[in-house]
Design a protein around this ligand. Structure first.
Ligand SMILES: *[C@@H]1O[C@H](CO)[C@@H](O)[C@H](O)[C@H]1NC(C)=O
Ligand SMILES: *[C@@H]1O[C@H](CO)[C@@H](O)[C@H](O)[C@H]1NC(C)=O
Ligand SMILES: *[C@@H]1O[C@H](CO)[C@@H](O)[C@H](O)[C@H]1NC(C)=O
Length: 286
């Protein structure tokens, strides 16, 4: 039974959830209209210009602009598509050439791995859409949005390695910490084409919980889960892009596994930003 004071508290927290976007920002990865692909290659204050992209490639060569209109939170900004091709072999060092993957991902400029985006209570917003002209190959597993270093949560699609072989690969699956046993599916939904899938993921890094909000296109975000126990400790960097895993890899999937050639695949991202939710503030609409 509600007492009057607890009802007031409940109403107050609903008000802060439902309010238009006024939460304090931790970072803003929304790309201004007019921003050109070439600007991704130099320090730009939005994304890291050097990572993550295949050796010998520049980000401007794998970023496509103007493919679709803005997502829910792109009121004055534009979405960007992240694509992979046969050259998308990331080599962070001479001895770590990741031939098992094809990958390209955007990293937030200020998110150096130990910054405040992985401390306190923070809500990560992002929207993503398929590009019908650059379809993924759902025989493979893809990581779309993930947090380095240990994948404290990760959005995947395609045929998950070691996963349920009968599952529909055309699904967006948000998993909790990949080292947890059993692996926790926080949220999943059909990866319908032609619509933006909008996510907001609130991480309480003190209580080690993750809560998921979701909607499509211009619909207001809706709470999909309560704050679920999830080990999101350890800090790291948020990646937004496409990481395609090889097939039949051995113990080191970063270097092993079959990748067919001639690929041209991509995912459109929009509305990437993070807000401070330490006061309970989560923007459900712009
Ligand atoms: C973008 O929006 C404009 C104006 O509403 C519309 O004419 C156009 O078809 C849209 N483009 C795409 C790719 O949806
Ligand atoms: C990472 O960013 C934080 C916040 O700006 C800063 O205090 C810290 O020194 C940075 N760490 C490194 C290794 O650059
Ligand atoms: C999808 O990937 C599999 C395994 O790499 C490959 O055999 C198949 O030809 C690919 N399909 C397309 C349409 O590229």
């Amino acid at each position: 039974m509600y007492t009057q004071s607890s009802l007031l508290v409940a109403l107050a927290s609903l008000a802060s959830l439902g309010a238009s976007q006024k939460c304090k920002l931790q970072f803003d990865g929304r790309v201004p209209t007019g921003f050109a692909a070439a600007e991704f290659d130099a320090d730009n204050g939005i994304f890291n210009p050097s990572n993550v992209v295949g050796k010998g490639l520049k980000l401007s060569e794998v970023i496509k602009m103007g493919v679709v209109n803005g997502s829910l939170f792109d009121t004055k900004t534009q979405p960007v598509e992240v694509t992979i091709n046969d050259q998308s072999i990331f080599a962070p060092s001479a001895t770590n050439v990741q031939t098992g993957f094809r990958r390209a991902e955007l990293l937030i400029a200020s998110n150096n791995g130990t910054d405040a985006s992985t401390q306190g209570v923070k809500t990560l917003h992002f929207s993503l859409m398929k590009d019908a002209a650059r379809p993924l190959n759902l025989t493979h597993e893809y990581q779309l949005d993930n947090s380095f270093s240990t994948n404290q949560f990760v959005l995947k699609t395609g045929t998950i390695l070691g996963g349920d072989a009968a599952a529909d690969p055309d699904t967006l699956q948000l998993f909790g910490n990949v080292n947890s046993k059993p692996l926790q599916t926080l949220f999943s939904t059909k990866f319908t084409e032609g619509v933006f899938h909008n996510f907001a993921v609130t991480n309480d890094f003190n209580k080690k919980t993750t809560q998921v909000f979701y909607s499509q296109d211009t619909a207001v975000l809706k709470e999909q889960t309560k704050a679920l126990a999830n080990d999101n400790s350890g800090q790291g960097q948020f990646h937004f892009g496409v990481l395609k895993k090889g097939l039949g890899g051995g113990s080191d999937i970063t270097k092993e596994g079959i990748q067919e050639s001639g690929i041209n695949e991509g995912i459109v991202y929009g509305g990437i930003f993070m807000e401070d939710s330490s006061t309970g503030c989560v923007s459900l609409s712009p």
